[in-house]
Design a protein around this ligand. Structure first.
Ligand code: IMP
Length: 192
C-alpha cells in the first residue's frame, strides 16, 4: 500500500519511513511535486492536522494522511502547544524557539512537558484521527545534535538523555509520532 504523507518536512518523512512495515511505501509532498505551504490556521493541534489532510485531499484529489505535533509544557500552561512551530515568531527557526522556551523556564523547577502528535487520515470519504503522546521534561540546556525541532531540550520519561542524543531507533521507543502512527497502521490493517 502506498501512503501519501501531507508534509514537506523531511525529518518527519524519515521518522515515518523508519516505522513502515513490509508492504507499505511512503510518498512526501516533494514526491508529488508540491513545495508550497499548507494552511495551519486552526487553534488546536487536532484542527491543524485536519486542515493539512483536507488541503491535500481537496487540491490533489489524493488519499493521504497528515500530522501535526505540539510541545505542551505544564509550567507554561500548555504552551507552545498549537504555536510550537512559530513560538518565537512567524519566521522563527528551531534555535529561536528552543531559546525562548529555555528562557521562559529559566527559574522554573517544575519541568514536565509532553509531545502530542495527531495524525489525520482521509480515506476518500471520511476523516479519522489518531493521537500519540510522549511524556517527559524540558532539559535545562540544549544537548545533542540528532533529531530535529525541540529534540535537544526534550527528555522522555525513563531517560536521562534528550531526544537529540538518541538514534532514531532509540527515539522511536518513546516517540509520540510512532504511537500515533501505530494506531493508524492498525486502522489500515483492519479496514483494508
Ligand atoms: P508541525 O507539526 O510541522 O507544525 O511542527 C510543529 C513544531 O514542532 C515544529 O517546530 C517542529 O520542529 C516541532 N516538532 C515536531 N515534531 C517534533 C519532534 O518529534 N521532536 C521535536 N520537535 C518536533
Amino acid at each position: 500500500m502506498q501512503l501519501l504523507f501531507a508534509t514537506s518536512n523531511i525529518n518527519k518523512v524519515k521518522e515515518i519511513q523508519s516505522l513502515l512495515p513490509e508492504g507499505f511505501s511512503l510518498l512526501g509532498l516533494n514526491d508529488i511535486g508540491y513545495n508550497g505551504d499548507i494552511p495551519e490556521t486552526a487553534d488546536t493541534i487536532e484542527g491543524n492536522s485536519l486542515l493539512k489532510a483536507q488541503f491535500i485531499a481537496e487540491n490533489f484529489n489524493r488519499i493521504c494522511f497528515s500530522e501535526d505535533t505540539g510541545l505542551e509544557v505544564v509550567a507554561l500552561n500548555g504552551r507552545p502547544g498549537v504555536r510550537t512551530a512559530r513560538y518565537a515568531g512567524e519566521q522563527a527557526c528551531n534555535q529561536d524557539n528552543i531559546s525562548l522556551v529555555l528562557k521562559e523556564m529559566n527559574t522554573i523547577t517544575e519541568r514536565k512537558a509532553r509531545f502530542k502528535t495527531v495524525i489525520s487520515f482521509f480515506d476518500g470519504k471520511v476523516f479519522k484521527q489518531f493521537e500519540g503522546v510522549c511524556n517527559g521534561c524540558i532539559a535545562t540546556e540544549a544537548i545533542g545534535i540528532d533529531g530535529f525541532g525541540y529534540d535537544p531540550i526534550f527528555i522522555p520519561d525513563g531517560e536521562v538523555r534528550t531526544f537529540a542524543e538518541m538514534t532514531l531507533t532509540e527515539k522511536n521507543k518513546f516517540s509520540h509520532r510512532k504511537k500515533a502512527f501505530n494506531q493508524f497502521l492498525e486502522y489500515l490493517k483492519d479496514n483494508k
